[in-house]
Design a protein around this ligand. Structure first.
Ligand SMILES: [Fe+2]
Length: 569
């Protein structure tokens, strides 16, 4: 049974294909279209479907769209219609938007969503028509609209390593919810409650992101990074804005940030202490609030473990606090926690509903396209690019890294989710402090953005305090005091690092590279950041990798078994 999950309502458009409980493929559309986040999360772009990601998923399985048994669309527009008592016939006149309680674009947004199935069949780009062609006449799938937060929930508990867990999702917005709670045990799932709009911790974080001069629904991680430099001077303001109530509820007062803190920071202008302090205060109140919600959920479920998804769950400082609070024995965060992951959740949920069994644990994110050496070689030859073929990729790369070269690393299937985890990464040595600055120059990023370490899993506890398994770079750890001066490039200003642990089963070549680097330097740690430059999606194809390599100050590119190096200047 093939189940195709699609996320398209807002941004981070994506597709995921599940076959009898196994995830065959999952990818964000941005990697193919090269438009960051696929599109902006605005109502008039809701019609755009992730055709390229769908096409890739079908190709990976060797099937056509007509062969799919279920299509799970990760948003349910009928929830919005039902709650307003509207009929299924939508008002299509823009003037209908003037109705009280209905935003001007909402009728158009809803019209796009209820017609998504028609759009999927009729709107396919000409170039991709081959795998979609038969769907007009031969389709037999059942179409499902699945509630947005149920998708986030399913993406967590149906992918987690737990048989019993509490579930918490936190994001900007779904149809009605912004936060939801559930309990999964013994192959049964119950929704326990939700917080509805306009109250949303995710939207508050987005508001502050925009106020601080960044791109909302995109640059929230920069606010988190900024927070480490600030003091919690405005924590009382944010405590007045966020008020928790009984039963896992909270309310958000309109933040009126400009009234409270003065005019917003202009993009590309400098930072004042106030900006760091606002970020720090927001982050602290977010952490306090989520810890309180988690404590309520633990009492309510008595579950030993917690799993999470939703864009807020990408906040690895928050996740570290949750882990350290020991409210739950273990906390697992689904790595594609943002909206891209709802395609995974939608597909897993529908598969589970129809097969009544679970066959999947998400122990890696390498669910995207892969390119064999023969394809890479012919691409390089066609471009008349000079490359060395190497037999020992790990050792040759370790040598470059030990020589302080910054390397584009393109190996195996691309990652699903926002983090590069050793398949499409920029790698460097963590041993010299100036490496962080060099990497931020390459990526054209702000200086305050930290870069993160990848570490051999067995060595993690020696180098990072409490360093257990952390394969998805979603938790911060303190750098061990006796190791801090050996890996200065990955140590953030607050002494922490956002760690990825790597074991052999996950990605053998990446693991071998870390081992080879340790043999040369005594350090089982590399700097790992995503293989892209500012504003660009992470590279997907050899062409993307080569273009990024030649248009940035990268020193070398290791792509499959081939090494390209620039002349030293
Ligand atoms: Fe979401």
């Amino acid at each position: 049974m093939y189940t195709l999950g699609i996320n398209a309502a807002y941004h981070d458009t994506s597709a995921c294909l599940v076959h009898d409980g196994r995830v065959l493929a999952a990818a964000e559309d941005e990697r193919f279209t090269r438009i960051k986040h696929g599109k902006r999360p605005v109502p008039f772009s809701a019609w755009e479907l992730p055709y390229h990601a769908i096409d890739y998923c079908l190709a990976e399985a060797g099937i056509e769209l007509a062969d799919v048994d279920h299509i799970a669309y990760a948003y349910d527009p009928y929830l919005l219609l039902d709650t307003r008592g509207a009929t299924i016939t939508l008002p299509l006149e823009p003037s209908a938007g003037a109705q009280p309680g209905l935003a001007p674009w909402e009728p158009l947004f809803l019209a796009y969503l209820v017609n998504a199935e028609r759009q999927l069949v009729d709107g396919v780009p000409h170039r991709l028509r081959a795998r979609f062609r038969g769907a007009k006449t031969a389709r037999h799938w059942r179409w499902h609209f699945v509630e947005h937060h149920l998708c986030h929930e399913a993406s967590a508990f149906l992918a987690s390593p737990f048989d019993e867990c509490a579930v918490m999702t936190l994001d900007g917005r779904g149809e009605r919810a912004s936060t939801s709670y559930g309990y999964y045990a013994h192959d049964d799932y119950r929704r326990l409650g939700q917080v509805t709009l306009p109250d949303s911790l995710g939207l508050l974080y987005e508001d502050v992101t925009e106020y601080l001069g960044f791109l909302r629904s995109s640059d929230e991680y920069k606010v988190m990074a900024l927070a480490s430099f600030g003091r919690p001077r405005y924590v009382d303001d944010f405590r007045r804005i966020v008020q928790t109530g009984p039963g896992g509820t909270y309310r958000i007062e309109p933040p009126r940030l400009a009234e409270r803190f003065g005019p917003p920071r202009k993009p590309d202008s400098g930072f004042a202490a106030k900006h760091f302090d606002i970020a720090r205060s927001l982050q602290q109140v977010l952490e306090e609030t989520v810890l309180e919600l988690a404590a309520w959920l633990a009492r309510e479920t008595r579950a030993p473990n917690l799993c999470m998804a939703g864009g807020v769950a990408l906040n690895c400082v928050l996740n570290g606090r949750l882990r350290d609070a020991r409210i739950f024995r273990d906390v697992w965060v689904q790595p594609a926690a943002g909206d891209a992951g709802t395609a995974l959740g939608a597909a897993l949920w529908i598969d589970w509903q129809h097969r009544a069994r679970r066959d999947y644990v998400m122990d890696h994110v390498y669910l995207g396209p892969e390119y064999r050496d023969a394809e890479i070689e012919s691409f390089l030859a066609r471009g008349k690019l000079r490359a060395r073929h190497v037999d020992d990729v790990a050792d040759e790369t370790a040598k470059l890294l030990a020589d302080d070269k910054i390397v584009g690393w393109f190996q195996g299937r691309m990652e699903f989710g926002p983090r590069a985890l050793g398949a499409r990464s920029i790698l460097a040595s963590p041993i010299r402090p100036e490496m962080q600055q060099r990497l931020n120059d390459i990526k054209d990023r702000e200086d305050f953005c930290p870069v993160a370490p990848a570490v051999i899993e067995e060595r993690a506890a020696e180098w990072f305090v409490g360093g257990g398994r952390s394969p998805f770079m979603l938790f911060v750890f303190d750098v061990a005091a006796d190791k801090a001066d050996r890996i200065p490039a990955v140590r953030h200003v607050d002494g922490t690092a956002r760690v990825q642990t790597v074991n052999r089963a996950q990605h053998p070549l990446y693991y071998d590279l870390l081992c080879a680097f340790e043999r040369r330097t005594g350090v089982p740690v590399l700097v790992n950041t995503s293989f892209n430059t500012r504003g660009e999606p992470i590279v997907c194809t050899p062409r993307d990798a080569v273009e990024c390599f030649f248009t940035s100050p990268l020193d070398a590119l290791v792509i499959g078994s081939f090494v390209l190096e620039k002349e030293a200047t």
